[in-house]
Design a protein around this ligand. Sequence first.
Ligand SMILES: Cc1ncc(C[n+]2csc(CCOP(=O)(O)OP(=O)(O)O)c2C)c(N)n1
Length: 699
Amino acid sequence: MTMPDRLRTASAALAQAAYFPATGALPRAEHDRMANAIRALAMDAVEQAKCGHPGLPMGAADVATVLFTRFLKFDPADPAWPDRDRFVLSAGHGSMLLYALLYLLGYEKMTIEEIKRFRQFGSLTPGHPEYGHTPGVETTTGPLGQGLANAVGMAIAERHLAAQFGDGLVDHCTYVLASDGDLMEGVSQEAIALAGHLKLNKLIVLFDDNGISIDGPLSLTDSVDQLERFAAAGWAAGRVDGHDPAAIAAALEAAKHSQRPTLIACRTTIGFGAPNKAGSEKSHGSALGADEIAGARQKLGWSAPAFEIPADILAAWRAAGARGRPARLAWNERLAVLDAAQRAEFERRLQGELPDENLAAAVRAVKERLAAAPKAIATRAASELALDALTAALPEMVGGSADLTGSNNTRAKGMTAMSAADYAGRFIHYGVREHGMAAAMNGMALHGGIIPYSGTFLVFSDYCRPAIRLAALMEQRVIHVMTHDSIGLGEDGPTHQPVEHLAALRAVPNLKVFRPCDAVETIECWQLALASSDGPSVLALTRQNVPQLRQGFDEGNRCAAGAYEISAAEPPPLPPRQAGEGKLSVSLFATGSEVAIALAAKKLLAERGVAARVVSVPCFELFLAAPAEQRAAVIGDAKIKIAVEAGVRQGWDAIIGSDGGFVGMTGFGASAPYKDLYKHFGITAEAVAEAALSKLDGR
Ligand SMILES: Cc1ncc(C[n+]2csc(CCOP(=O)(O)OP(=O)(O)O)c2C)c(N)n1
């Protein structure tokens, strides 16, 4: 969707009004006292908790004071204001920096009592910042590198939505405070390369360049010239004294006018003010102790008792917090004068509400087509069919792939590539950067207004895992299309054949793993993933063709139950073996490409006089969350339960019990045509039938 011309013209004029000028410099003494308020709160809160990280907040207090009092656009009265600047504390261990700021600036819920309860159960001040828990926290950080990569996604989201809705509504910066650890993590390389390539000039990284990590001085571990590294990735990069407010402000001012993303390396002293521990790893991650704190108070000229902020300093901070109100009110007015349809669409997108009717119609159209003309295609190809319809109905979907576009089938009809020249493009070529991709997707979802989906091979979910885990923890709607989902990918061999991945992903709380068996289940699983607004999803899809098992048209979404009987037992032509009068003998359970194998096994069993039914299990998580009676009905009371999945058994006992039979993988795959591999590893209809028969015979 592009912006109508009328709106574009209006928004160009409004963009002037949206400009948020830096306010003037504070007198140095006032700046110092404001920064020392952060230092004091950090020292005192960590001391009270007897654990935490005082070093970073004390070191970065000057940088944060300049940023929050003069540059950052925000309003504590509305922490969710869509056009606020984003601030990401990538070095989440320095959480007290953020909590101190939120308190000082006047975020209502962040009271001094919460600061006193740092790291205590139920407080708004957990060990690391948690999104959704503490207003003002933009993303959950702690695993180093993630926040920086999230911020790249936020900056992408900002440019994309500005291209769609205009600068009058969307015009904000994304600031990151990153530590040495953030920049040492591999994901940071993927993130900065992507940001540089896309010329995300409203992304500004403040590097807390203190030369210290947990083990000691950085000279133990690192010799990278970060400025050159970022410059090589297409960033503007410079270094300032991180304790010189004027230098920090000048660098931020320049960054705001840069055509490229900016790195500002701020030379700081970790634990600034602590008489013996400043500049050393001793201030990184433990309480300073009463004597050191007393010494720091003296050195900083801070005489207020613990947790007390002198009234004039608190007032100065609160005034800084009130700075953004006029900008927010002006923005509200701009929103109010938009035409009703545009405004409703913007608000719908930002609130993450699906256009239910459009979605239902798109799903229905695909299902009707499949009912009229069934398709024996790979589920990755079925996903492409689904995406053609879904992305047309849902303009908020932004797709992508980590350099496997043709294999993942994630580029839907008519999608153009997003680039520095065209941020309105809805397809992102992430490059070979799975981890950076997954983390950036989290940032897009957190920003709001976008439902990110992307593609890679299922085996490389390992490369995305830290970000997927955080999406689950943060309850973000992020959708991963992961194709080539088993030995069924064939010749590429065991390096590319996932074996343990379904089990590993199913182990992540609040992540839905879908493995549809055919084209109909694929569109149903897509519908469920899109509806899953409080968590991420993985769609595990085949490379190889599968038959369309769901013939006819189903109005409802059968996959919504997580598991359902796809083929009921028929009375066998011969008298039932051993199972007792009228009692069903065998239930077969399968997912994805193995559902067809289970159906073939059912036939073989029928020929041997054994009645079997087949249950498709497209989503464990939905099934296991269903009411007990529903689960019991689907599992059924057949004595023999056999599951078949071209992966490891782990997790299946929840459905088939520990005495159930399992036909799957017990080790790595091999390189060969896939049909040979299924035979070699014994994942065949014959093997499934044999597993059932041997159990019936008590073998
Ligand atoms: C992915 C990840 N690995 C390890 C850690 C544990 N950890 C927390 S802080 C840190 C490094 C501290 O150095 P730096 O990032 O420079 O922070 P500073 O000492 O300046 O506060 C480490 C290894 C982590 N939080 N995340």
